[in-house]
Design a protein around this ligand. Structure first.
Ligand SMILES: [Zn+2]
Length: 378
């Protein structure tokens, strides 16, 4: 185990929320942390200088996409993800298991690996726990994920059991391969993934197994796959009871204020989502008083900032009327400005969350923030 990989700074007295720091090869990451998603090696419509300016310390890239195009060998030739993209802070890469499940045209799982067809050109590929670790090592990811078998919200118990059994076996194989890569000088770490679908006993079994693996952190998967918000909260709360508090815990695929507050309340340290930048491209802005859909006619003559309480360069510079205009004209700048603001908003929210945890007033802050966010006053 890596010494001092994760340090808890403060545990909130009135909830499971905590602040801490993760020491990674490309710098420290303060937690809780929201990680913007750079699917294809770029956070859509946001350049790396802007991400640095906002203070992000880690972003995501998707193994499935980078493996298909431009290919891990080209990324490696370019100096890994950092050299290739010039983002010199940390990268987390997922394993591709989720994309194979959600995007690819064919997914055939056998005990050894997954056969799938590319969603780009239909070409056939085979992922194994070992070759996915090798690919992420070529990408020089700072945190890589094990290959897992994802299942939807509505699957039968038998399918969930089988998926978990394979995921468990693949976790052991991924850890063995990661250790081999470490012996060869690879500095990044591997996180295994808790699965078990929505069955309590399976989730408990998986959480206990994953907690005991010799890895410095872990991820909670199988949630945020289309289930209602209360089911997400219930299953997350249930799962975390069986997970060690000594390691950073990552919940995949959440990025709205409500879900982030819930995850932090349950002691989650890391989360990511494409949602803040995706909705930005549809003209949706987060504000302290709720969501603004900038296309609305009511903003036509509104020369105030989209969020008067926001200190980002978009809010300090542009008006709602102008942002509405460039969105309606489908100007590229519209996606750039909205994405910048939404990421800034979430990052600022996370900073306030950390302060509230350190002052033992996380639940109070959660109520205050969400009451205003749901006030509908915008
Ligand atoms: Zn702003």
């Amino acid at each position: 185990m890596i010494k001092n990989f994760f340090e808890v700074h403060h545990e909130c007295k009135n909830s499971l929320a905590r602040t801490g720091v993760i020491h990674l090869p490309h710098g420290d990451v303060q937690t809780p942390v929201f990680m913007p998603v750079g699917t294809k090696g770029t956070v859509k419509a946001v350049d790396k200088d802007s991400l640095e300016e906002m203070g992000f310390e880690i972003i995501l890239a998707n193994t499935y996409h980078m493996y298909l195009r431009p290919g891990a060998d080209i990324v490696q030739e370019g100096g890994g993800l950092h050299g290739f993209t010039k983002w010199n802070r940390n990268f987390l890469t997922d394993s591709g298991g989720f994309q194979v499940w959600s995007l690819s045209k064919l997914r055939k799982i056998d005990p050894n690996g997954i056969t799938f067809r590319s969603d780009i050109d239909g070409s056939k590929h085979y992922f194994t726990p070992e070759n996915v670790v090798q690919t992420q090592t070529k990408l020089n990811s700072d945190i890589q994920m094990q290959l897992d078998v994802c299942t939807g919200y509505d699957v039968k118990r038998k399918e969930a059991e089988k998926a978990l059994q394979i995921t468990t076996d693949w976790a052991n194989r991924a850890v063995a391969e990661w250790k081999k890569q470490q012996e060869n000088g690879y500095k990044g770490v591997l996180f295994p993934i808790v699965q078990g679908n929505f069955f309590d006993d399976l989730r408990k079994e998986s959480a206990q197994f994953v907690s005991e693996l010799d890895t410095p952190g872990l991820a909670i998967g199988g949630l945020s796959v289309g289930e209602p918000a209360d089911v997400f909260a219930e299953k997350l709360q249930y799962t975390v009871q069986y997970i060690t508090r000594s390691k950073p815990r990552y919940v995949m695929g959440i990025g709205t204020p409500e879900y982030i507050f819930e995850a932090v309340a349950d002691g989650i340290d890391m989360f990511d989502c494409v949602q803040p930048t995706r909705i930005a491209r549809h003209g949706m802005y987060f504000t302290r008083k709720g969501m603004v859909s900038i296309k609305q006619k009511r903003y036509e003559h509104d020369f105030t900032p989209v969020d008067p309480e926001c200190n980002c360069k978009v809010c300090r510079t542009y008006s709602r009327a102008y942002l509405r205009h460039i969105f309606r004209e489908q100007e590229i700048l519209s996606s750039m400005l909205a994405s910048y603001h939404n990421l800034y908003f979430l990052n600022d929210m996370i900073h306030q969350i950390r302060d509230a945890i350190n002052q033992d007033r996380f639940e109070e802050f959660r109520r205050e923030f969400l009451d205003r966010f749901h006030s509908g006053e915008v």
